[in-house]
Design a protein around this ligand. Structure first.
Ligand SMILES: NC(=O)c1ccc[n+]([C@@H]2O[C@H](COP(=O)([O-])OP(=O)(O)OC[C@H]3O[C@@H](n4cnc5c(N)ncnc54)[C@H](O)[C@@H]3O)[C@@H](O)[C@H]2O)c1
Length: 260
């Protein structure tokens, strides 16, 4: 099911009117869909992605939809300090001086059994899922540690791997678990005084590029090396995934198809 087809149940449209959000990894998948939903609620969304072409395409689609919000694309690598500073700067320019939401979503897995994990593999995943969200939050601190009565929210995208572990995903599981600690600390530091809400969303299986069997798509790292994206058997084993997701959640969970 595409989120665009989701019915509106009991809220009025425009829940995010007047707000500006940075969403990392929003060139496709969960991030792109989140951006589209936010824009339909009147939010200005900053599509941050290492893939400039996909970021631009997502922003254009949102602007063409004309659902009340607006979008800009800011290409960059969230593991690069300069790109993080540029992202915050462009977002503030776009909003006219304020930031309200960050969704730390950019990410991928680089899996191996523990005894085979290389240092570069480990450092890349921890850097991408932990250090980068921390640095973006830190760079945006002046726009969140404010008392203007406007809503502010930081959402860190985790995974059920971080809650339950997942064989073959030691680095990813550690990093995703780490986000929970970062989020809780943020809530304690910025919640009481500034009213910043901090939440972690730990997804189960969502059908995106990340969870497909490798199909020749790559994430290009800053040093030019490439990492094939995809997941073990991918969604060829959809039935198994479905059962797995339900077991992990032990509550209602739906596999959402965001591949289009
Ligand atoms: N798909 C799932 O089943 C699932 C489950 C749990 C958690 N997650 C998490 O959800 C998030 C989004 O995943 P997705 O499934 O939409 O994957 P995806 O591969 O469809 O999208 C990820 C996006 O992040 C971008 N990105 C990667 N590295 C980047 C970097 N260094 N700087 C900026 N952008 C970068 C990619 O270009 C891509 O557009 C990830 O953090 C992932 O770990 C996904």
């Amino acid at each position: 099911m595409s989120a665009s087809a989701s019915p509106r149940l009991n809220f009025p449209q425009g829940m995010l009117a007047g707000q500006t959000a940075i969403i990392t990894g929003a060139g496709q998948g969960i991030g792109a869909e989140t951006a589209a939903i936010f824009a339909r609620e009147g939010c200005k969304v900053v599509i941050a992605d290492i893939d400039a072409v996909k970021a631009e395409k997502t922003a254009q689609a949102i602007n063409a939809e004309g659902g009340g919000g607006a979008a800009i694309a800011v290409a960059g690598d969230v593991t690069n300090n300069e790109d993080i500073n540029n992202l915050v700067e462009k977002a503030v320019e776009f909003s006219g001086g304020k930031l309200h939401i960050i969704v730390n979503n950019a990410g991928y897995a680089w899996d191996s059994p523990i005894e085979q994990i290389k240092d570069q593999q480990w450092d890349t995943i921890i850097g991408l899922h932990n250090t980068a969200p921390f640095k973006l939050i830190r760079a945006a601190a002046p726009y969140f540690m404010v008392k203007d009565g406007e809503p502010r929210s930081i959402v860190n995208i985790s995974s059920t791997s971080g809650i339950y572990g997942n064989a073959g995903q030691a680095s990813y599981a550690l990093a995703k678990a780490g986000l929970v600690g970062l989020t809780k600390t943020l809530a304690q530091e910025w919640g009481p005084e500034y009213g910043v809400r901090a939440n972690t969303v730990a997804f189960g299986a969502i059908k995106t590029r990340l969870t497909q069997a490798p199909v020749g798509e790559y994430v290009v790292r800053p040093d030019g090396t490439k990492h094939a994206v995809g997941f073990h058997g991918g969604y060829d084993q959809e039935e198994k995934w479905f059962v797995h997701a339900f077991c992990l959640f032990s509550s209602t969970s739906t596999i959402v198809d965001l591949l289009s």
